[in-house]
Design a protein around this ligand. Structure first.
Ligand code: HEC
Ligand code: HEC
Length: 287
């Protein structure tokens, strides 16, 4: 009885997935992302170590989007994400907390953050935890400014991390996946290949085995995060990588981990490794 029920569920879910997936198209690797006519951003790269034997290339999610969405990212005046990054720069200069300080009081211009987005997630100074950019921001707020922690998915956190990310636009990624980060990488990889939810689908089922296929109107990408935080036209605001993970897991009808959880920080590191040869896109535009 139990067995039969399980079997029916698997068959039903595979059918639902197959019915939803209609057609295949290669990522648009010929289109070139050149921002404002001058900043060339590679959207195809040789496979990093984590993709060897899986894909011949790492592709940015940009290569899978419609020409309209692609062109929005090619001009900062058309990229609505820039309006939110501007709000992030205002926050950078805003005094908050008992110490009467702003980020700028210690770090000066936000340009001083160049390269930081390309280095996270990484181990913290104490070496006992893997930190995303959000953790570094909250650490400065609580221990150095006497200010309250921001929620992971709050507008303030997303706008400021978008502004910080923009300072690394076009830069190569520098994260470490071995040494003290190795156990986080392993945990993230395990999550990536675990089937979740009623649909029993893993990240890999969609972003590895079905890359290039369509789920309804969505052209399935490799699920890279080098463009995050991203401006999502459907939400008309910035979304963080962890929010995207939540959405994807919810689509399998599972209860997702929480944004900022150790599970999602481990997953963020592993997904980063799968796209480590792609540059940071700053504030990307996605549908
Ligand atoms: C049922 C299929 C499905 C599953 C399972 C799934 N995703 Fe997705 N994911 C999508 C679709 C559809 C999109 C939007 C189109 C695209 O970019 O692939 C997407 C987008 C993404 C993006 C945004 C990529 C970009 O450049 O904008 C990331 C990152 C991502 N997924 C990561 C994950 C991770 C990590 C998991 C596992 C926890 C996962 N996904 C599981 C279907 C899925
Ligand atoms: C009182 C001074 C001070 C203030 C105010 C401050 N920071 Fe920091 N911040 C530091 C110091 C010191 C470090 C650690 C540098 C190191 O470890 O080498 C740091 C580290 C960081 C890092 C990690 C950089 C890296 O290379 O890994 C980020 C990101 C950061 N701060 C962002 C912010 C933001 C955003 C704000 C405002 C919300 C802020 N900081 C406010 C002093 C400050």
């Amino acid at each position: 009885m139990g067995l039969n029920k399980g079997k029916t569920l698997i068959v039903a879910s595979v059918l639902a997935f197959a019915a939803a997936a209609t057609g295949y198209a290669d990522p648009n690797a010929e289109a070139k992302l050149v921002i404002n006519g001058e900043i060339e951003i590679a959207t195809v790269a040789p496979p990093p170590k984590a993709l060897e034997g899986i894909f011949d290339h790492a592709y940015s999610g940009w290569a899978f989007r419609t020409p309209e969405t692609q062109s929005m990212q090619a001009d900062d005046f058309d990229n609505s994400g820039m309006l939110f990054a501007d709000k992030g720069i205002d926050l950078w200069n805003t005094v908050d907390g008992t110490e009467g300080k702003s980020c700028a009081s210690c770090h000066e211009n936000i340009e001083s953050m160049a390269g930081v987005r390309a280095s996270v997630p990484k181990m913290n100074k104490a070496g006992d935890d893997l930190w995303s950019l959000e953790n570094f921001v909250n650490d400065c707020r609580t221990t150095r400014m006497g200010a309250e922690e921001w929620k992971w998915t709050s507008d303030s956190m997303k706008f400021l991390t978008a502004a910080i990310s923009l300072q690394s636009r076009g830069m190569p990624q520098t994260q470490a996946f071995d040494g003290p980060a190795q156990s986080w990488y392993d945990k993230g990889k395990e999550i990536y290949y675990t089937r979740y939810g009623q649909l029993e689908l893993s990240c890999a089922n969609c972003h590895e085995e079905s890359m290039g296929k369509y789920i309804r109107a969505d052209h399935l990408s490799q699920g890279q995060i080098n463009g995050f935080p991203a401006y999502r036209t459907g939400d008309a605001t910035i979304i963080s990588a962890h929010q995207r993970f939540v959405g994807c897991i919810r689509d399998t009808r599972a209860e997702p981990f929480k944004a900022g959880s150790a599970e999602f920080r481990a997953l963020e590191l592993y997904v980063t490794a799968r796209g480590a040869t792609l540059p940071i896109e700053g504030v990307s535009v996605r549908q």
